[in-house]
Write a protein that binds this ligand. Structure first.
Ligand code: NAG
Ligand code: NAG
Ligand code: NAG
Ligand code: NAG
Length: 425
């Protein structure tokens, strides 16, 4: 009897085990299948929580002429989700590429102001020099750009077809010029860029760059000329990733160097590679421009000051930040402005570290800028302090600051928090 009971019990247990195993297996399979299904929709949603997921965007609602495809292939009038314009349509929109409608110029070609049939006002970027390699890169670029959407990135409306006689990108038109125009260009007289406006420009630009980095895109040419402003002074970062069209080809001598003088990551000259931290460096230069209203490079300045970074470093070493800050911002009169510009200068110095690893990420930069805007600098300061502890015993270093660009990060961090920081006395 006992043996029979034991036998029944064991058989039961084995059967129960097998059933349980089958059950777990089927649940696992179902989960796997579901994961695979969602993976195919994943890309647009992982780009950013803030962005509109491309797959759920009902673009046709806003732009009847701009249907959004589910397919990734060229199909009808879309390519990788970007609307395909006919060459004739763009010719008409720009009045045959009328030179008087030219609004910009770059290594890739020219940008024209245009108006489409449906009334949309656009910036039309025309690439010259077509060859098969460029065509491939162009289409690759369109694929990336059409998946990227953020309120602080200029929107790509479409492009011409691969078979068109010319490669053209069509962007939303942004009306209020560039940050460079307003800081030191032909709109600088307007005096519209007060300190709060500049800080919000810095924050929105940082948001755009942080988003690009999350999306595995490196801008590679961050500068005030590429930060556009709309009629509400909202930031639209432009030219993102376009330089991917022209990757550094060491054997090709005519290839222009990456980036723009005055903004280029000094480490680029050692390894000929640009990373996300290169964007951080360039953004540090942008911050310096926002503080000083001076261009990144100015041949009319004194020899050592031609480069804004050198100039800012020198002024800071000589406890002369007040000579760097744009007098119109009220640095001497307004304590809040003084505190905030000083904090932003400190952040800029961290971005300008010669060694990439010492620079903060774009996410950190954004967090610190928001802290400064909220009058809550401790956020940034605490972070720097952690780095500082190593050398916290040597405040005297400050009296002999070597150039921060000599990669001595501790010293610049020291400067950040030191009681002897310029103007704190
Ligand atoms: C998109 O907008 C069109 C036109 O308003 C509408 O008919 C359609 O149902 C919308 N589709 C989705 C997915 O919202
Ligand atoms: C600034 O100059 C550019 C050309 O360099 C021109 O297109 C633009 O209209 C000018 N803006 C103002 C406000 O004068
Ligand atoms: C530029 O922005 C300012 C401030 O928002 C606004 O007053 C002005 O009308 C804008 N100009 C253009 C051309 O959009
Ligand atoms: C710093 O600026 C002063 C003048 O303001 C100049 O005499 C000095 O040579 C500069 N030093 C460096 C290292 O650029």
């Amino acid at each position: 009897m006992n043996n029979l009971q034991l036998g029944l019990f064991i058989t039961g247990a084995v059967i129960a085990g097998i059933l349980l195993g089958i059950w777990f297996y089927s649940i696992n399979q179902r989960r796997k299948r579901r994961a695979e299904q969602s993976k195919s929709n994943e890309l647009p949603t992982t780009l950013s929580s803030k962005s509109v997921p491309a797959s759920s965007t009902n673009i046709s609602r806003n732009n009847p002429s701009h249907p959004y495809p589910n397919s990734d292939l060229q199909k009808g009038s879309t390519y990788f989700g970007a609307h395909v314009f006919s060459y004739e349509e763009l010719e008409e929109a720009t009045n045959n590429f009328d030179p008087s409608k030219e609004i910009g110029k770059g290594g890739f070609g020219k940008v024209y102001y245009g108006k489409l049939h449906d009334g949309r006002v656009v910036a039309v970027k025309r690439l010259h020099e077509n060859n098969m390699k460029r065509v491939e890169q162009f289409m690759n670029e369109v694929e990336i750009l059409s998946k990227i959407r953020h309120q602080n990135l200029v929107a790509l409306y479409g492009c011409t077809s691969q078979r068109s006689q010319e490669l053209i990108l069509v962007y939303e038109y942004v009306s209020n010029g560039t940050v460079a125009d307003h800081l030191h260009g032909n709109r600088s007289k307007s005096g519209l860029l007060t300190w709060p406006v500049r800080l919000s420009i810095a924050i929105e630009s940082a948001e755009a760059l942080a988003y690009l980095h999350v999306s595995d895109v490196i801008h590679r040419d961050v500068k005030t000329n590429n930060i556009l402003l709309d009629e509400n002074f909202q930031v639209k970062v432009a030219d993102f990733g376009l330089s991917r069209l022209f990757p550094t080809d060491v054997t090709h001598v005519s290839t222009a160097p990456q980036g723009t003088p005055g903004y280029v990551d000094p480490e680029y000259f050692q390894c000929y590679q640009l990373t996300q931290k290169s964007d951080v460096y360039s953004f540090g230069v942008v911050l310096m421009e926002l503080i000083s209203s001076l261009p990144a490079v100015d041949m009319n300045r004194h020899r050592q000051d031609i480069n804004l970074v050198n100039m800012a470093v020198n002024k800071t070493q000589n406890n002369a930040l007040h000579e760097l800050v744009d007098p119109l911002l009220g640095f001497e009169k307004d304590y809040t402005v003084k505190k905030m510009t000083t904090s932003v200068a400190e952040l800029a110095f961290r971005c300008l570290e010669k060694e990439r690893d010492m620079r903060p990420s774009m996410d950190e930069v954004l967090e610190i800028l928001r802290g400064i805007q909220n009058g809550n600098e401790e956020m940034g300061a605490q972070k720097a302090e952690v780095v500082d502890i190593k050398a916290a015993d040597d405040v005297r270093l400050l009296k002999n600051i070597p150039p921060p660009l000599s990669s001595d990060s501790v010293v610049t961090d020291k400067w950040v928090n030191s009681p002897t920081t310029p103007h704190s006395s």
